[in-house]
Design a protein around this ligand. Structure first.
Ligand SMILES: Cc1ncc(COP(=O)(O)O)c(C=O)c1O
Length: 381
């Protein structure tokens, strides 16, 4: 018999992805806009470096000091910060970093606040570690992001706050002044900030700021999965204050022994392939523009602004009250796979869909045609 801890919430994106893959196996076309991963792979030169490393380098447990130095340097390039390489803790994706950070920072039973809608693993990993998620209801009036006033009103204050900018699922970002105000209220109230910066590098016309610029005691997590297009390589990192380095390294050694060796060789080269990576960001920007215009034309007008990441979070409550069933029907009728908002918001998510636009532009155009045709048919019937 399994206990309460075995009752983990479903990940609907994975379920829709399974249905989409079944459809592919039956020889039917699918456009995958349900999962949050770039359709492009790691940069070409990085893959070549991977081949060389497979042929020449040892593949034992290993941590690349060159990669830690390169990541520390990235904080200089992007944010004019000067962290030491020791503050970079390499991990199995941002997912691994999140697990390590939460295990190091909080005693079981501690409350940690986080926005709803938000990335479901934040909430579910908190629960898995015996921590208590305190969801902040964030709607369109605050661009689906928490505000300093919301944090000031929490009584008693939580032990921690998880922020995600750009956000999954909404793509909305916290501006410099908002990050500064959140940092100040958290400092004053003794709340530790965990800033999930997994989508940094993918922004449209604005610059993402790291929480480290405002609060050196914040813990930042990041990943090679999104900007560097390396989802399956399972590599990310936490950037932690100096006083947490030893504890993070000890937990990391106990939980994972070492980050994936081959992925570290590949990531080091990927970090200097800016031109190729920026082409992907330019594609996302074009896809975003096409999709926003098409959704507007189809009457799907209440959408989060999508400042960054590669998602559009749209309110479809005028079309359905059950966006999971709606996504299944759309997939069945057209092969366009989208995700329900229920993954991100257990209360209002049935009114929302999340559309990933990290696919090719021809796929976006085809998906727009198929969605438009399907909606017209439904209106007519
Ligand atoms: C906000 C956010 N954080 C973390 C992750 C985990 O990414 P990974 O473990 O692939 O680095 C994701 C993946 O979609 C995400 O959207």
């Amino acid at each position: 018999m399994s206990g309460a801890r075995a009752r983990v919430e479903p990940f609907y994106a994975v379920e829709i992805n399974r249905l989409a893959n079944e459809r592919s196996r039956r020889g039917l076309p699918v456009i995958h806009m349900e999962v949050g991963q770039p359709s492009a792979g790691a940069p070409r030169a990085a893959i070549e470096a991977g081949h060389l490393a497979l042929a020449g380098a040892e593949q034992g447990y290993w941590e690349s000091s060159a990669l830690k130095e390169r990541i520390a340097a990235l904080y200089g390039e992007r944010y004019r910060l000067r962290p030491g390489p020791a503050q970079v803790i390499l991990s199995m994706g941002a997912s691994g970093a999140l697990l390590l950070v939460l295990a190091v920072l909080f005693e079981p039973g501690s409350r940690v606040a986080l926005p709803r809608p938000g990335y479901p693993a934040h909430r579910n990993v908190l629960r898995a570690l015996g921590l208590v998620p305190q969801e902040l209801d964030c709607g369109p009036e605050t661009r689906f992001q928490p505000t300093a006033a919301m944090i000031a009103a929490l009584d008693p204050p939580p032990a921690g706050l998880i922020l995600t900018s750009p956000s999954n699922p909404t793509g909305t970002m916290l501006e410099r002044g908002e990050l500064d105000a959140l940092a100040a209220v958290c400092k004053a109230r003794g709340i530790r900030i965990i800033s999930d910066e997994t989508y940094h590098g993918i922004t449209f016309g604005r610059r993402a700021h790291s929480m480290h610029e405002f609060e050196p005691d914040a813990v930042v997590i990041n990943s090679f999965s999104k900007y560097w297009c390396m989802t399956g390589w399972r590599l990310g990192w936490a950037m932690v204050p100096v006083d947490l380095v030893d504890a993070m390294n000890r937990y990391s050694a106990n939980m994972f022994l070492a980050p994936p060796t081959l992925a570290q060789h590949v990531a080091l080269v990927a970090m200097d392939q800016q031109a190729e990576l920026e082409e992907h960001v330019a594609t996302y920007a074009k896809n975003r523009e096409l999709l926003v215009a098409a959704l507007q034309g189809l009457g799907i007008t209440r959408r989060a602004p999508a400042d960054g990441a590669f998602y559009i979070y749209a309110d479809i409550s005028h079309l359905t009250g059950d966006s999971l069933a709606w996504c299944r029907q759309l997939l069945d009728a057209t092969g366009v796979a989208l995700n329900t908002g229920r993954d991100f918001d257990s209360i209002h998510g049935g009114d929302f869909i999340r559309v990933s636009f990290a696919v090719s532009t021809p796929e976006i155009l085809q998906a727009i045609d198929l969605l438009g045709g399907w909606l017209h048919c439904r209106n007519d019937s």
